[in-house]
Design a protein around this ligand. Structure first.
Ligand code: 5GP
Length: 208
């Protein structure tokens, strides 16, 4: 079973859990991968670039993409639409890449339903809810109202943590990054049912 095959690594977790920092730590170690760039209707934030952080579109365009069945999954999160376009994902998988998604719990459910046999899912969590709040306040990018909303959302999201293969608690960045590095390496080795069946067929090379 040495031919190229792609795999998926789903990362979820509340904003403020440190997903981006952990990813930045490991990005050069996990080899040939494709970070899925989602499409969203949320307004662009300071420091973000269209086409790099997200594809920023209006609601009309997003609806058109839904009707044309262009999304692998999409969801309504924090009052905005977010979706994963299927085309670049297919291409990356064909090229044998590890496709990394930063999507919410709803997205994880859909990806697991559609591509579960090549998917590994990780929930990245802050050590506690109060630590999450402290980090969001320290970041100084959100109003108190937005922070309260994010904390509330995080409380909801953590209820679905059992739907994930792994939980990484981001207490110390180095430790969390080391753990995710290992998970990413294992995720790449996950083999689809089709590949397993092919392997068994090739393996049974003696007529009994
Ligand atoms: P933010 O607006 O802070 O960048 O992201 C808000 C939330 O939307 C995060 O939990 C993030 O994981 C999630 N998200 C981003 N892109 C997608 C996507 O394409 N699909 C889904 N289901 N969730 C997404």
């Amino acid at each position: 079973m040495n031919h190229k095959h792609g795999a998926i690594l789903v990362l979820s977790g509340p904003s403020g859990a440190g997903k981006s920092s952990i990813i930045n730590e490991i990005i050069y170690d996990i080899g040939d991968c494709y970070f899925s760039i989602s499409t969203t209707t949320r307004p662009i934030r300071e420091g973000e670039t269209d086409g790099i952080h997200y594809h920023f579109v209006d609601e009309e365009e997003f609806q058109r993409d839904i009707e044309e069945d262009l999304f692998l999954e999409y969801a309504f999160v924090h009052g905005n639409y977010y979706g994963t376009s299927i085309k670049p994902v297919r291409k990356a998988l064909r090229e044998g890449k590890l496709v990394v998604f930063d999507i919410d719990v709803q997205g994880n459910t859909v990806v697991n339903t559609r591509l579960g046999d090549i998917t590994t899912s990780v929930f990245i969590s802050p050590p506690t809810l109060s630590e999450l709040k402290r980090r969001l306040e320290k970041r100084q990018t959100d109003s108190q109202e937005v922070i309260e909303r994010r904390v509330k959302m995080a409380k909801k999201e953590i209820q679905r943590i059992t739907e994930y293969d792994y939980i990484v608690v981001n207490d110390k960045l180095d430790d969390a990054a080391n753990t995710l590095r290992l998970i990413a390496k294992a995720a790449r080795l996950k083999v689809s049912h089709t590949d397993i069946n092919e392997f068994v067929q090739e393996w049974e090379d003696i007529e009994q």
